[in-house]
Design a binder for this molecule. Structure first.
Ligand SMILES: [Zn+2]
Length: 346
């Protein structure tokens, strides 16, 4: 199915259909426009040793091409434009597109920002605040770092459930990383520290704070880096404090986590915090206690990550706006096809 979609994306681009679709939609009334929200995590040529390969979104060259295509076919907007459309009915420009980054990886500042500035493009950077001050790794990066240092060919875990992983070769190690990350994303009420400590023990990998600190410095922005994004005209908004997947924790914890994030970002950047990107793009349905916690924390606009776009007229839930996610598979040849028909091809 994936290969079929890739071939279709190339065909839509090569036949000129993508160009026709995107040019034709310029003339649609504002409420009929599709809102394209693109998401990147890391933009890098070389990920660095032992880091999570699953968060690579594009090479610098791919990203440069993607921004130039978005500039050519779309009108780049900010979150305030969406809020004015929602609150005042102010029309959005043709083919509105919002550029977003999740997680605050250091290459967002060193690699992506210069490319954005070259194209006079603005993006929103969603920052998990608990990692910008204290120098520690994102929990999924800690999984990758532990697996990369493990010399065993097989490991067994007792928490949060009896689990067994083969680490025989590169393929099985990558599969183990993905499965372990899924455990971190899906187990409700999990003690993440216990899980990660158990993993390091099972892998016989000594884990010390100095090592974690230097890996975090290499990989993740600090507060001065976040402020540098703002000084260069970028928007910075909330991505939770702990980056826990919100539906796996209680509504009280969601409220506390989001309030901490909001207050820290407001204090560090001076930017009003009204916009949230759900960690891992996973939010709540209306009526869920977690959904009310998001509202109580002061967020009026929130983005999920579901590989889709929404028609402006059909948006009734402003706390569940769809986003597309860039992957290395969105090659230059396919990108315009993905952009023209994202709900079918991305
Ligand atoms: Zn994230």
């Amino acid at each position: 199915m994936y290969h079929l979609r890739e071939r279709l994306a190339v065909a839509v681009q090569r036949t000129g259909l993508a160009h026709i679709i995107l040019k034709a939609s310029v003339g649609l009334p504002s409420s009929w426009q599709r809102l394209i929200v693109m998401t990147w995590h890391r933009v890098a040529k070389d990920l660095g040793c032992g880091f999570d390969r699953g968060v690579l979104s594009a090479s610098p060259e791919q990203f440069d091409h993607q921004v130039s295509v978005l500039k050519e076919y779309c009108s780049l907007i900010d979150t305030t434009d969406i809020e004015r459309y929602r609150d005042e009915g102010r029309p959005l420009p043709p083919n509105p597109a919002l550029l977003t980054f999740d997680d605050g990886y250091r290459d967002n500042l060193t690699v992506a920002l210069p490319i954005l500035k070259k194209h006079h493009a603005k993006a929103v950077f969603f920052i998990p605040t608990g990692f910008m001050g204290v120098r520690r790794l994102f929990w999924w990066e800690r999984i990758s770092a532990i697996i990369a240092r493990c010399r065993r060919s097989e490991i067994r875990l007792g928490y949060p459930a009896p689990l067994q992983f083969s680490l025989n070769d590169g393929v099985s190690r990558y599969e183990a990383e993905r499965r372990l990350a899924r455990v971190g994303k899906t187990y409700p009420r999990m003690d993440l520290t216990l899980f990660l400590t158990g993993l390091a023990e099972a892998c016989e990998v000594p884990w010390d704070e100095n090592m974690e600190c230097s890996l975090a410095d290499e990989l993740i922005l600090d507060w001065s880096g976040v402020r540098a994004l703002v000084e260069d005209g970028m928007n910075v908004q909330s991505h939770g404090d702990s980056h826990r997947i919100l539906p796996t924790i209680s509504a009280e914890e969601v409220l506390s986590d989001l309030r901490t994030c909001r207050e820290l970002l407001q204090a560090q950047t001076g930017l009003a915090q009204r916009v949230l990107a759900y960690p891992a793009g996973i939010g709540f349905v209306p009526g869920d206690p977690g959904y009310r916690a998001v509202e109580q924390a002061g967020f009026g606009l929130a983005f999920r990550l579901d590989g889709a776009t929404c028609r402006m007229a059909r948006i009734s839930d402003w706390l569940n706006i769809s986003r597309l996610c860039s992957t290395p598979g969105m090659t230059d040849e396919r990108f315009l096809g993905y952009l023209a028909a994202p709900n079918y091809l991305a």
